[in-house]
Design a protein around this ligand. Structure first.
Ligand SMILES: [Zn+2]
Length: 286
């Protein structure tokens, strides 16, 4: 039985919200500087991600990577790690707290504790016109996790092997010569590239709808540190109906790497790790 609302229920609901992390305090990326870097960059590598599978790619610090869906509407699940330390990885939850539920140009992908630094900055998004639609949906979310076989098993008893979680696990294992059990704990919550999602206003449930991405669209990202990336072409395809099965139409994704000249990058440095002293109230770290 629900409880009866108190006499001042409406007044309590009418209290206006306060933004948890006003972004005026965040260091702003210098997008004009990145545009100069991009102008001095040439394509140095390309990786094609097959449908319902994933591939890894390496991005040197100061380079860009561009994700596109050249053959049809397709959602991608993106993991990022520090290329020299897999324990530093993309922190979806803190990125959401800092920037909101969906990312676009000028926003950053932040790394896990104790580093909490920008590991990547979005520099171009051809879907930035989408905004927030009438359902509350938007593109490139950090609210979903990644489709995975455990949830499928929980909800329907299935044994499906091409969810993004498994695709990312196999890709990382193959790329770094790890066993599946060594690779799996490194897989983490993703940036859902090109995915259109939101929460229903009436029940607060996570929803998805057909991605607005079309061939010719892309998301371009600047690597603030040397990155190992893994991208899965989600078995949900454009995520208009279902995922975690082989029923949706799926297309490949392309990742292109663009590297500026050393002259253009002269004087630029990766951001340092977070300045908190890590003593947690117990005196100096020994
Ligand atoms: Zn997926």
């Amino acid at each position: 039985m629900p409880f009866d609302p108190p006499a001042d229920a409406d007044a309590r609901r009418a209290v206006p919200p306060v933004i948890c992390y006003p972004d005026d305090n965040l260091p702003r990326p210098d997008l004009a500087l990145y545009a100069d870097f991009r102008g001095a960059a040439e394509k140095t590598d390309e990786v094609v991600v097959p449908p319902r599978d994933a591939r890894c790619f390496e991005v040197p610090a100061g380079s860009f990577f561009r994700i596109s869906a050249p053959e049809g509407a397709q959602v991608g699940d993106l993991n990022l790690w520090n290329a020299t330390d897999l324990s530093e990885r993309f922190y979806s939850g803190k990125t959401r707290a800092l920037h909101g539920t969906h990312l676009t140009t000028g926003e950053r992908m932040w790394s896990s504790f104790p580093h909490l630094r920008p590991m990547a900055t979005i520099t171009a998004d051809t879907l930035d016109w989408y905004g927030i639609d009438a359902f509350g949906g938007s593109v490139h979310d950090v609210i979903g996790t990644r489709c995975d076989p455990y949830t499928g098993n929980l909800l329907s008893g299935s044994q499906y092997h091409h969810c993004c979680h498994s695709n990312l696990t196999r890709a990382l294992a193959d790329h770094r010569q790890l066993s599946l059990s060594e690779a799996e704990p490194h897989v983490h919550d993703v940036l859902n590239v090109f995915m259109c999602t939101g929460f229903t206003r009436d029940t607060g449930q996570y929803f998805m709808k057909a991605s607005p991405v079309r061939p010719g669209d892309h998301l371009e990202i600047f690597a603030e540190i040397g990155l190992l990336g893994a991208l899965s072409a989600c078995p949900g395809g454009d995520c208009s109906s279902e995922h975690s099965s082989d029923s949706a139409a799926c297309y490949p994704l392309r990742v292109e790497i663009f590297t500026p000249t050393a002259e253009a990058l002269a004087g630029w440095h990766s951001p340092p790790s977070n300045g908190y002293d890590r003593t947690h109230g117990r005196g100096p770290v020994r």
